[in-house]
Structures are given as structure tokens and as C-alpha cells.
Design a protein around this ligand. Sequence first.
Ligand code: IDP
Ligand code: MG
Length: 138
Amino acid sequence: MNRTFTMIKPDAVANKNTGAILDAIIKGGFRIIAMKMLHLTPEKAGAFYEVHKARPFYGELVKYMSSGPIVAAILEKDNAIEDFRKLIGATDPTKAAPGTIRAMFAKSIDANAIHGSDSDENAKIEGDFYFSMMERIG
Ligand code: IDP
Ligand code: MG
């Protein structure tokens, strides 16, 4: 079994899509290992997206990710990273395959409804950013 990390982003929570997105994740075969709702400060959002610091959209991304509550979760499944990226679709929702979470719920390339880790290594770093051992199943 492999793990990935996800966040349901502020636009999706604000638009009342949390339940529908969690349903798609569970029906997609992912087991929720840890989950919580929280509102990131700009400092915490900036730290999470540190890897994107040099990119032109970093400031906007930090502002957006701290604009409202998010739902963070660790998910488990065989081939979790790749399968979850397939389930959420491309970063730009206009390029996301039909039926993917971003195609269904994302509004734009920045407010794109959901995050998914891009590697096993980053899934561990990102999961550890949010969750202690006491907050996980197994
Ligand atoms: P990913 O979320 O599909 O892995 P990344 O390239 O890692 O995409 O970018 C992280 C996040 O930064 C995206 O999910 C999106 O919210 C935001 N982002 C990416 N590219 C752009 C852009 O060109 N303009 C504005 N925001 C962007
Ligand atoms: Mg990424």
C-alpha cells in the first residue's frame, strides 16, 4: 500500500463541494488514514508551498490557500500517487479529463479545488506537515 496527501482547497470548501469530493475519493478506492479541517495562516501556506517560492504565482497561491478553511487528509491505496493524480486531473481544469475532480469542481488554474502529492517523498513531507503520529490510523 502507498500513501498520498491531499487538501480540499478553499474554493471547493466554500462552494460546498467537500462532501462530493470526499465521496469521489472514497469511491475511487482510497482509504482515509487521517483527516482534519483547518484555516491556514499565510505563513503556514507559504511554508507548505516553499517549493514554489520562485514561481510567479507564489504570492497569489499563498493568499488564496489562506483565504478560507481547507480539509487536509492522508490517503492510502495501491499506486496512490499516480492513481490520485489521475482522479484529480490536470492542474488547469480546462485541460482536466472529463469526470476528474478538477474538471467537475475547479474554477480556475489557481482555485483548482484539490491538491495531490507528486511523489512518495513529497507525500511523506506533506503528510508530516499536517499530522502527528497520534492523528493517523495505523
Ligand atoms: P499541481 O497542484 O497540479 O501539482 P503545481 O504545478 O504543483 O500543480 O502547482 C501548485 C498549485 O499552484 C496549483 O495546484 C495551483 O493552485 C497553483 N498554480 C499552478 N500553476 C499556476 C498558474 O499558472 N497560475 C496560478 N496558479 C497556479
Ligand atoms: Mg504539485
